[in-house]
Design a protein around this ligand. Structure first.
Ligand SMILES: [Ca+2]
Ligand SMILES: [Ca+2]
Length: 328
């Protein structure tokens, strides 16, 4: 049996037995009136539960000792889970996890424009169109009634960061999508245009920055929010009205790894590849909404998402609705 399935099976089996003992214990309390008998039964069940709990700890320790080396030696989902396994939840152990963690692995992700479909581990899965989902810790719930919208935004100007753990799994490709709502007047790359000394650690864009690592952040993808489709100045996407010369500046440290989009009159969501007018061609650029980034070298860094804007949130905001990120 495969390691992950084995861990899961043993874990479920023993926890089920513990649960059965607890139920027996609870029902025993109700049925038995005689104090001595009740004490005996409770004491007996407690001992059984302790024994089973000890067995569970021993079993997990045994599995970790015997199989974690195999998993952590590569720490790569794509290598450790055979490609013919189905998509679903898997238990993994890595150098950075003190106990097994459950992750969703996607073995047939055709929407990523990378040259492979299987072996993806999902690290982010925010979908605020689901009324049961909440914003990541630290982000503000932003709602609108008509048409209805639930998104997650920041509290003030600057960048607000949220981090997605990769559990120490090594990866070299990142795939995903971010879809956000445009509020008021974000200005694309204008923060960098106004100050060329800004680095990737600063507020270089009005939009969302996706990175890994720190000091400096390592760029994965930038989601640029532009003011509108008819502006031809630095506040617009570089693609807008391509027959005119773009007078803004794309920060050199992000290269071509970005989506730039603006809302249209009827459509307020950005980077979904929808609702772009005739003057905005970046709906075609880099195949939105899904990005695919091949990193220069493998890493085990967590992935950081920063909502950024250099003016107050009443002036400009880019609250997010959907975040899906996969690594392999
Ligand atoms: Ca603005
Ligand atoms: Ca701005």
């Amino acid at each position: 049996m495969e390691v992950n399935a084995l861990i899961l099976t043993v874990f479920l089996d023993i926890t089920q037995r513990i649960r059965q003992e607890v139920v027996k214990n609870e029902s025993g309390k109700k049925r038995v009136e005689e104090p001595d008998e009740q004490y005996q039964l409770n004491n007996q069940s407690s001992q059984q539960i302790q024994t089973l709990q000890a067995q569970l700890s021993d079993s997990i320790l045994f599995l970790q000792n015997n199989f974690s080396e195999q998993l952590s030696s590569t720490n790569k989902i794509s290598k450790d889970i055979p490609q013919d396994r189905p998509s679903g939840e898997y238990w993994i152990t890595t150098d950075s996890t003190s106990s097994p963690v459950q992750v969703y692995c996607d073995m047939n992700r055709t929407s990523c424009s990378c040259n492979t479909t299987g072996g993806w581990m999902r690290v982010a899965n925010l979908d605020m169109t689901d009324p049961n989902q909440n914003c990541p810790e630290g982000l503000r719930l932003v709602t609108r009634e008509e048409p209805p919208l639930r998104t997650c935004g920041k509290h003030a100007l600057g960048c607000l960061s949220t981090t997605y753990s990769t559990y120490g799994v090594e990866y070299s490709t990142v795939c995903g999508r971010i879809i956000a709502y445009q509020s008021s007047t974000p200005d694309a790359f204008t923060p960098y245009f106004s100050n060329r000394f800004l680095s990737i650690d600063d507020v270089y864009v009005d939009g969302v920055s996706l990175t890994h690592g720190h000091s400096p952040h390592q760029h994965i993808w930038t989601f640029v929010n532009a003011v509108n489709e008819t502006q031809t100045d630095r506040r617009a996407c570089p693609c807008t009205r391509p027959n005119l010369n773009y007078i803004g500046v794309v920060p050199p440290f992000i290269g071509q790894d970005y989506f730039c989009e603006t809302r249209s009159q009827q459509h307020y969501l950005c980077w979904d590849g929808q609702g772009c007018g005739g003057t905005s061609t970046y709906c075609e650029f880099n195949n939105p909404p899904w990005f695919c980034k091949q990193l220069p070298q493998p890493t085990t860094d967590n992935i950081e998402l920063r909502l950024c804007g250099d003016e107050g949130i009443s002036n400009e905001d880019t609250p997010i609705e959907i975040v899906e990120i996969y690594v392999r």
